[in-house]
Ligand binder design. Sequence first.
Ligand code: F0G
Length: 409
Amino acid sequence: MAPFEMMCIECGKVHDMTRPAYACSSCGNLLEVSVDIPSAQERLSDGEWRGRPLSVWKYRELLPVGPGTKVFSRNEGGTPLLKCDRLGKHLHLKDLWVKFDGMNPTGSFKDRGMTVGITTAKELGMTMVTCASTGNTSASLAAYAGLAGLKCVVLIPEGKVALGKLAQAMMHGAKVVSVKGNFDQALDMVMRASDSLGMYVLNSVNPFRVEGQKTAAYEVCDQLGGAAPDMLYIPVGNGGNSAAYWKGFREYESLGLADSHPKIMGVQAAGAAPVAAMFSDGLDTLVPVAKPDTVATAIRIGNPANWKKTVRALRDSGGSCLTVTDDEILRAQRLMAELEGIFAEPAGAAAVAGLAKDIESGTVDRSSRIVCVSTGHGLKDPDVAVANSEKPVAVEASVDALRKIVEGL
Ligand code: F0G
């Protein structure tokens, strides 16, 4: 096998990596980049990589980017894995961690995929990139397209993108197209139009983007001293990131760099939960949700393009997928902010909400080592934060007025 091959997840057909492709030309299923483990071990054998700073490109030998390729980077990855003792105490857990991927350059995990995706777009000679997005992908794509000098067109669902994300896409110079429909409809437009319009698609159906995102799992193992956690809770929207984490954990284990892998627990918002329904109802195929809705607009997705990859990832890892209500998401967001100083956007609090729910139902071993992935920064969505917080108290400019407030605390 070549060091890297792009193949169909269903029929195994190998595809030419030097051309844009998002689906198998024979059976239409998703593609993924397969890493040849023995040759990867060979490339890593001098151990030089271990001394590099924690980041996506620390793991360059495990990414499908040639040694001479110019990389477009803003130092993505290397995000903190935070031990959360106060939140752990609240949930009666001993060993709880949050991987805060909101600390990436544009405030979400998307940058991990975008640095690899945009580097690939340039390698392929593309001049225009595109995506459909609930917000974060468009913010990240716009930033990296600007960095690489590529034209960028992003499609977003009208009125359903958090303010900070919209500001980012606009500021970084993308052509922002507001679609009168939801994310699923926008993604369908992108997939149907991209070839004829000469646009390279950087949604998570792009196998190179997933490669960048898998580095988060390598980082978690490295940050835990070369060991995988027992469980990993992660929000599921379009299903790319959960599949990317699983790919990363599996590869790290195959490479002999960790001796186990975690159960991956997907978390969906109750109003947008077609993957969770497959688990609860024992279904073999996805039944899309026609009108998805949730306060966590990032994961307001009814027809996840990567459902096959994510369902396999969750099942193969021994994990599952559960739902949380909007109230549970907002409660977890506040707990993370108040107890741990971690300000996550609502989707970035869904994993903690899911964990809290599983703790309550008694399905979690309280001594396990658990990592919750917080995927996006809270500053992305100021409207939700302000609407759900106590309003500032207005006072006259006097010490007496202040004393009354402070004494009432
Ligand atoms: N968390 C955040 C903050 C997200 O922005 C997304 C997806 C997810 C979780 C879910 O990840 O789709 O790989 O399962 N946001 C996409 C976007 C859809 O357009 O920004 P997934």
